[in-house]
Design a protein around this ligand. Structure first.
Ligand code: SF4
Ligand code: SF4
Length: 510
């Protein structure tokens, strides 16, 4: 469908490199003997285990509870036995380890009893959100934000448009393309549920024009649902990073999400196509989120494609299954070449946010020894948020974090456009990530110090008040004592004077 589209500044035309992984249908990754499930696979607080080592679990059984407001539970991706709850390496740029639940699979793949909802319109929006939360659904576009929160606009906001993000603008990644081609009906089921929960009619399914098969599949499925007359498929020009939430909203609505604001501030909610499909599986089939489609591609992958993979599956098994010519410990990219990061561990598990693994990028690696900045300004031209990456680079490098914040560091979406065009091959986005982490750490420390200071001040105030009250009580006691003594003295004086005859008395009696 044609629609008047907005635009955003900067951005890049990149070589998509998507053909290699879209030649065959989505395949199912065979079951691994052991699954390793990090408790933190989403933005927010990690979940808390509710199983113990030795417990038998069924496929889809909840094994960890959500903790706090921004959190979701975790489920067993297959049946088996819990064999460990301990620290394991997780997919993270810093090579971190974190608490994981490990399951030895039994090969039966036996489900728990599922509770599909035949008519979700009989539920309230709150009940639908709770089911989505309980199913452990998070944004599958790579961000991992708990989806139930995005389906809960506050009473102060009205949702005018739901945008379903099928843009997938980073090179190499094709999992969204393939899910739209093959599971369009499931995505539409998810859209109907989300529209119902958000009380919104208008929905835009946004797809870049380099995915004609996905556009046709979604349009065909939509044509069979005339009641979805306010849902449309919109083809948008291929330009990186249109798939970023704020840029996509600008393209579709012509409106800009305010700096440090949220899409809901301008009446928009957006969800990834994979997330939308997961919502349909959760509500209509009673299935929690236990797997995702992962693109495995790159120059060194023989059987590139998209694979339905259970969470916890070791990445090296997935890579072997795809016939990857990779030596143990050889690095690969998790995510896309622009926003992803290098990993080298062999036993790292597939998690909810693992959308793509690339082994062997065709575009040539960047130099490991960047040259000095020549102040060419190319980075500012490419920035889709109209930032000044060169200045941000100076301030981040000099650790002048106040200045970096002043230059809107936190509006940076870490798209990497600036690094990509920099003729000096400066890894600008690494500096920005580092500076953001430093600022957030400082803010957390400041917040902790503030809490400690307030606690100390409150204690001093309490002690002072107690001292004042003590002094007051002492004064009151003294005053009471003095009054008692005075009264006694007066009484004694009165008794004495009444006992002894006075001169006047003598005169009167004479
Ligand atoms: S593109 Fe690179 S060299 Fe040019 S101004 Fe930006 S940081 Fe400096
Ligand atoms: S990484 Fe940040 S500064 Fe660089 S182009 Fe993207 S948004 Fe702009």
């Amino acid at each position: 469908m044609t629609q008047k589209l907005g635009s955003f500044p900067g951005g890049l035309k990149l070589n998509g490199q998507k053909k290699r992984s879209t030649q065959v249908a989505i395949r199912k990754m065979p079951l691994s003997n052991k699954l390793i499930l990090p408790l933190q696979q989403h933005i927010g607080e990690a979940s808390t285990p509710i199983v113990a080592v030795g417990d038998k679990v069924l496929k889809g059984q909840k094994i960890a509870n959500a903790e706090g407001h921004v959190s979701v539970p975790l489920h067993a991706p297959t049946s088996g036995t819990i064999i460990a709850i301990d620290e394991q390496p997780i997919p993270h740029p810093s090579g971190l380890s974190a608490l994981c639940i490990s399951i030895e699979t039994d090969g039966n793949d036996e489900w728990i009893e599922r509770h599909p909802i035949s008519d979700y319109t009989k539920l309230s929006a709150h009940e639908i959100r709770q089911l989505i939360r309980e199913a452990g659904i998070v944004g599958l576009g790579g961000a991992g934000f708990p989806s139930f929160i995005k389906l809960n606009p506050s009473v102060h906001h009205t949702v005018e448009t739901l945008i379903i993000n099928g843009v997938e603008c980073e090179p190499y990644i094709t999992c969204d393309d393939m899910i739209m081609r093959e599971r369009a009906d499931g995505i539409l089921d998810g859209i109907e549920i989300m529209c119902f929960a958000l009380h919104v009619k208008d929905c835009v399914i946004a797809i870049e024009d380099n995915k004609p098969e996905a556009i046709s599949a979604m349009e065909l499925a939509l044509s069979a649902r005339p009641h979805l007359k306010d849902t449309k498929v919109v083809s948008i020009p291929t330009r990186y990073p249109t798939g970023s939430e704020k840029q996509l909203i600008q393209v579709i609505t012509g409106k800009q999400v305010p700096s440090r604001g949220l899409p809901i501030d301008i009446g928009v909610v957006s969800h990834n196509v994979g997330t939308t499909y997961a919502v349909a599986r959760a509500i209509k089939h009673g299935e929690p989120l236990i797997s995702r489609i992962v693109t495995v591609t790159g120059r060194e992958v023989k059987n590139a494609g998209n694979f339905e993979t259970l969470f916890g599956t070791p990445m090296h098994e997935l890579l072997s299954f795809c016939g990857t010519e990779r030596q143990a410990g050889e690095p690969f990219i998790l995510g896309g070449p622009m926003m992803g990061y290098n990993l080298s561990g062999d036993h790292l598990p597939v998690t909810k946010t693992a959308n793509c693994i690339i082994v062997g990028v065709d575009d040539g690696a960047k130099s490991s020894t960047p040259l000095p900045c020549i102040r060419c300004g190319e980075c500012a031209v490419a920035c889709p948020v109209s930032l000044l990456p060169q200045q941000l680079y100076w301030y981040s490098r000099a650790k002048d974090l106040d200045k970096a914040s002043e230059y809107n560091l936190f509006d940076c979406i870490e798209c990497g456009c600036c690094s990509y065009v920099c003729p000096s091959e400066i890894p600008l986005v690494h500096y920005f990530r580092f500076a953001k982490t430093e600022i957030m750490t400082q803010q957390q420390e400041n917040a902790k110090a503030d809490v400690a200071r307030i606690r100390h001040e409150n204690r001093l105030e309490r002690l002072e008040q107690e001292q004042q009250e003590k002094e007051l009580r002492q004064q009151q006691r003294k005053a009471a004592l003095a009054a008692t003594q005075a009264a006694k003295a007066k009484q004694a004086a009165e008794s004495e004077s009444s006992a002894e005859p006075t001169t006047t008395d003598s005169q009167e009696t004479q």
